[in-house]
Design a protein around this ligand. Structure first.
Ligand code: NAD
Length: 250
């Protein structure tokens, strides 16, 4: 049902973004991939998904602008690129704060402001922002991530109101823990910050949050993104969708 629509998914060379790109492609959308990674692997993904890859560093305004220029007009914009850093606030490197805010929040502002004019002209659009359970609640040692994701929720609601009468919806999807490189890579620092073993971090820090005691699968996020693109979802806007095994219900 998405043939003729172009979807740009940031951070789609890995993890959740890749699953969202696959799900949108399966419904017929033309997909534009963005993100870093092994060149051969990205070329292979482009072939499998009949996709284009537009390389850009989204921590800079210039990178965001280059991405949008390279992608062309987009009907579906998925702001998904993100990174994490785990550290007590007093040791939190200021340059890491700047990077996390730039990628997890400011990049979405730039892509949205550049995508909305075409969506308004065409009278249809879908903007989906991958936020996090950490857009609703906090955990210690993630000052920049939690601040950026809470901000992304605010940006989502604001833009949703601005474009509500133009056929454009804007929503957040907020996963709990999904087993991707982003989660795997934060385990060593969490072990250090909390004085725990790897197993304790997985069971007592990560899965303890989720009443289901299961990691969320990237494909589950892809399925929700597809739903948000349907006509039946035309009145679903400004919402923050938890897919977190019950974490934020507590
Ligand atoms: P991931 O590390 O597997 O993928 C991150 C993607 O972002 C990759 O494609 C990477 O190349 C891209 N990226 C990183 N730095 C970039 C930069 N400077 N410019 C452009 N692209 C860049 O991570 P993931 O777990 O799939 O995370 C995707 C999104 O989901 C993030 O916004 C993350 O915060 C959010 N999220 C993840 C989880 C989880 O448990 N994995 C939970 C909640 C929210």
């Amino acid at each position: 049902f998405l043939s003729g629509k172009r979807a740009l998914v940031t951070g789609s060379t890995s993890g959740i973004g890749l699953a969202v790109a696959r799900a949108l492609r399966a419904e017929g959308a033309e997909v534009v991939l963005s993100g870093f990674g092994d060149e051969d692997e990205i070329a292979r993904l482009c072939t499998t998904l009949s996709a284009r890859h537009v390389p850009a560093d989204l921590t800079t305004r210039e990178g965001c602008e280059a991405l949008m220029a390279g992608a062309g007009d987009v009907d579906i914009l998925v702001n998904n690129a993100g990174m994490q850093h785990v550290s007590p606030v007093e040791d939190f490197p200021p340059e890491k704060w700047d990077l996390l805010l730039a990628l997890n929040l400011t990049a979405a502002f730039h892509t949205i402001r550049l995508a909305v004019p075409y969506m308004k002209v065409s009278g249809w659009g879908r903007i989906i922002n991958t936020a996090s359970a950490h857009s609703k609640v906090a955990s210690p040692f993630k000052a920049a991530y939690n601040a950026a994701k809470h901000g992304l929720d605010g940006l989502t609601k604001t833009v949703a109101l601005e474009v509500a009468d133009r056929g454009i919806t804007v929503n957040c999807i907020s996963p709990g823990y999904v087993w991707t490189p982003l989660v795997e890579n934060q385990i060593p620092d969490t072990m250090k910050a909390r004085g725990m073993t790897r197993e304790q971090v997985v069971n007592d820090v990560l899965l303890v949050k989720q009443a289901t005691r299961k990691f969320v699968q990237p494909e589950e996020i892809g399925a929700l993104a597809v739903f948000l693109c349907r006509e039946e979802a035309q009145n679903v806007t400004g919402a923050n969708w938890s897919v977190d095994g019950g974490w934020t219900a507590e």
